[in-house]
Ligand binder design. Sequence first.
Ligand code: PFF
Length: 452
Amino acid sequence: MTDVRLIHAQWSSRTAFILAASGSAIGLGNIWKFPYLTGENGGGAFVLIYLLCVIGLGVPIMMAETMLGRRGRQSPINTMRTLADEAGASHLWRYAGWLGVLAGFLILSYYSVIAGWSMIYILKMGSGIFAHTDAEAVARVFSSLKGEPEIQFIWHTVFMVATMSIVSLGVSAGLEKGTRYLMPVLFAMLILLVLYAMTSDGFGQGIAFMFKPDFGRLSGESVLTAMGQAFFSLGLGMGAIMVYGSYLPAHVSIARASLFVAAADTLVALLAGMAIFPIVFANHLEPSMGAGLIFQTLPLAFGQMPGGTLFGMIFFVLIFFAAITSSIALIEPAVAWLAENRGLARQAASFWCGLGCWLLGLGTVYSFNDWAGYTWLGKNFFELIDFLTSDLMLPLGGLAIALFAGWVMTSEVSEAELEMGPGPGYRCWRFLIRYVAPLGVMTIFLKALGAF
Ligand code: PFF
């Protein structure tokens, strides 16, 4: 049998890995989800818990996940099995890989629908309908979009076809390009939006909402949501970073790459919030309006700005690119597994995964209209899939990765693979991954269950 580790593709450079990992991390999670979750969960206290989760759980788990990927050099399921063999541990660990493959698949199904919305907004912005408009008119445009499954169906389909076409092209051709130029432009546009927000009446109130913690407004479920969002936004706990790590050449500092990606991701989320909440308050909108938040605030800001039609269009194009680089990472574990284990060609594997996600995504399309009345535990189809994946599966996947890297893998192996030497940096990581990350995830689960 050929050793897959030898024929496995590699990134062309360290920069390429960082770009791809940032591409996976920075997406709808930062620009669409972070602001609306912050709004729904009362602001500052949520943001604080989120930041603590990124630092205490996110960064060490990102390092662990990349490290496992580079050592295993296969799809997450096979990587977990190989590394469990190497450590003399049970093959059951491969279920951690399975969990991730499934989570990515489920997430992409709704991610694609929301990415479809942002594509619709490219056209809406471009048509100039938002120029000098008011909050009510903007809200009407959004609610009519939500009410029309046909148009969402079309753009969900377009987005899935685009994603799967890129995925089927393979690692270097498909994944590395795009991110390099577009991410810096996205960053610059966000800064521009924040500068604009500074001139609005709501800036002080927006900033206070985001950064002044009021713990009275924080429920156990909000803490769980903050942790889930940290995993979601960093793209952790489901093997995506593991797959990217598996393409990473030896002798690249995993610690530095992880810190960089986490910092960039967090900055983008905070900037998005700082751009959006001032607009919310200046226009007397509700921060807790939910999934439509950016679609009802950004058009308002752009509508009032000189050159806003063009800027607005460009901004939604950038959101689309941020979404597509994340989508690729969401489905890559499933495609890599089908190609490795079922002997399918990459194109065929991409096709079947894409078709499955597309079908499942129809559930999300209809949860905003015809099926809005069907709920379970008070959640519609979209909310249920989101809860199941972000709040349960990703943190559980992260917990498994932390336990494996901290307790199953020997310190000789992790020290050699991280290449940090035995100094304080490595000891700090090992402490975080052995104690802080597992206990943190478990405590938050228990708190959400109302155990204390
Ligand atoms: N991190 C992406 C975002 O914030 O939009 C979503 C995501 C990508 C989650 C890749 C998980 C993943 F593996």
